[in-house]
Design a protein around this ligand. Structure first.
Ligand code: ADP
Ligand code: MG
Length: 323
C-alpha cells in the first residue's frame, strides 16, 4: 500500500473570460496554475492563502467536482483524472468534501435523517432500516443525538450544522476529506470544538484531510504539513513546525508576521505587504509575488522560480533559495 493517498501533479484550472456580443474568449483566469503536492495516508495537509488565491478551486478540481484544465490526480493508486464520469461517481464515495457554510450546503426542506441518508441512497447502500440505523449512529459519532434526526437544518446552531456537514461526509466511510474552510464561519470558541472533533475522528477512523483555511493560525494545530498558496500557485510547503518556526518565502513570512504570537518574547517584526493581490486574469510574469516582494530582483521579474525541495521536504518557489 503506497504511503501517499493523494498525489496531485501539475494541476491547472483556467476559466475562460468571454466578452463582446459573440461571447468570444478574450482572456483566461488562472485560478489554479500548476500545483503539485502529495498527502500521506492519515495525514492532514493544511492549505492556506488569502481569499481568491485558488484554494477552493484546488480542492474541487482534485475531486473532479469541477473538471481540471490540466494535471494528474492519483488517489489510492488510481489515476482518477482518467476515469469516466461513471467510474468517478463510484470513486467519489472514498473522497468527500466539507464546505465552509454548512447551512448553504444542507437542504432546508429535508430533515437531518433525509440529508444524511442521501449519500447511501445515491450509492445504493443498505436497506431503509440499515440506513436509518447508520444515521443515528453517525449523529452520535459527531457529538449530536439520535433524536436530532427528525429536525431540520434551521433548528441547529452554526457549530451543530457543521457537525451535520461532517456526519454527511462520513456516511460513506471515506478515506479522504477535503475540508474547505470548515470553521471559518464559526465563532472562535466553536471553532476549536469542531477542530477537536475533526482530530478525534481522524484518529478513530484513520482519515486523511486536506484542510483549507485563509488563516494560518487555524491550520497550525491540526496540520502535519502546511502548503501556502499565492495567486494560483504553491509558494511554500513544509511540515508545520518548520513552516511556523522557519518560514522561508517572503509571502509566508509576511502572512505569519500578521498572526498574533502566543509568546510575547517571540514578537516578530510585522511585515506589511505593499499593494493588493494582482488579478489572476493578468498575473505578473516571472515570480507572481514579485510586485509585492520586499526582496525583488531582476531575475524575479522575468524568471518563474521552480517549486523545489530545499532540504528535508521543505518546498519553496523563490529565487532567494536554491536547492
Ligand atoms: P479561494 O478559495 O482561495 O478564495 P478560489 O479558488 O475560490 O479562491 O478562486 C480562485 C480564483 O478563481 C479567484 O480569482 C476567483 O475569482 C476565480 N474563480 C473561481 N471560480 C470561478 C468561476 N467559476 N469562473 C471564473 N472565475 C472563477
Ligand atoms: Mg475558498
Amino acid at each position: 500500500m503506497a504511503e501517499d493517498l493523494l498525489i496531485v501533479k501539475n494541476l491547472k484550472k483556467y476559466y475562460p473570460i468571454t466578452g463582446g456580443v459573440f461571447g468570444k474568449e478574450i482572456g483566461v483566469v488562472k485560478a489554479v496554475d500548476d500545483v503539485s503536492f502529495t498527502v500521506k495516508r492519515g495525514e492532514t495537509l493544511g492549505l492556506v492563502g488569502e481569499s481568491g488565491c485558488g484554494k477552493s478551486t484546488t480542492g474541487r478540481s482534485l475531486l473532479r467536482l469541477i473538471e481540471p484544465t490540466a494535471g494528474e490526480v492519483t488517489f489510492d493508486g488510481v489515476n482518477i483524472t482518467a476515469l469516466t464520469a461513471d467510474e468517478m461517481r463510484r470513486m467519489r464515495r472514498h473522497m468527500q468534501i466539507v464546505f465552509q457554510d454548512p447551512f448553504a450546503s444542507l437542504n432546508p426542506r429535508h430533515n437531518i435523517e433525509k440529508i444524511l441518508e442521501e449519500p447511501l441512497v445515491v450509492h445504493g447502500i443498505g436497506t431503509p432500516a440499515e440506513r436509518k440505523k447508520r444515521v443515528r449512529e453517525m449523529l452520535e459519532v459527531v457529538g449530536l443525538s439520535s433524536y436530532h434526526a427528525q429536525r431540520y437544518p434551521h433548528q441547529f446552531s452554526g457549530g451543530q450544522r457543521q457537525r451535520i456537514g461532517i456526519a454527511r461526509a462520513l456516511m460513506l466511510n471515506p478515506k479522504l476529506i477535503v475540508a474547505d474552510e470548515p470553521v471559518s464561519a464559526l465563532d472562535v470558541s466553536i471553532q476549536s470544538q469542531v477542530l477537536n472533533l475533526m482530530q478525534d475522528l481522524q484518529r478513530e477512523l484513520g482519515l486523511t484531510y486536506l484542510f483549507i483555511a485563509h488563516d494560518l493560525s487555524v491550520v497550525r494545530h491540526i496540520s502535519d504539513r502546511v502548503g501556502v498558496m499565492y495567486l494560483g500557485r504553491l509558494v511554500e510547503l513544509a511540515d508545520s513546525e518548520t513552516l511556523y518556526a522557519h518560514p522561508l518565502h517572503p509571502y509566508t513570512r509576511a502572512l505569519l508576521s500578521a498572526v498574533p504570537s502566543p509568546d510575547p518574547d517571540a514578537a516578530r517584526e510585522r511585515i506589511i505587504l505593499q499593494g493588493d493581490v494582482p488579478s489572476p486574469a493578468n498575473p505578473p510574469g516571472g515570480c507572481t509575488f514579485h510586485t509585492r516582494c520586499p526582496h525583488v530582483t531582476e531575475e524575479c521579474r522575468s524568471v518563474r522560480p521552480a517549486f523545489q525541495d530545499v532540504g528535508g521536504g521543505h518546498f519553496i518557489a523563490c529565487h532567494l533559495y536554491k536547492a
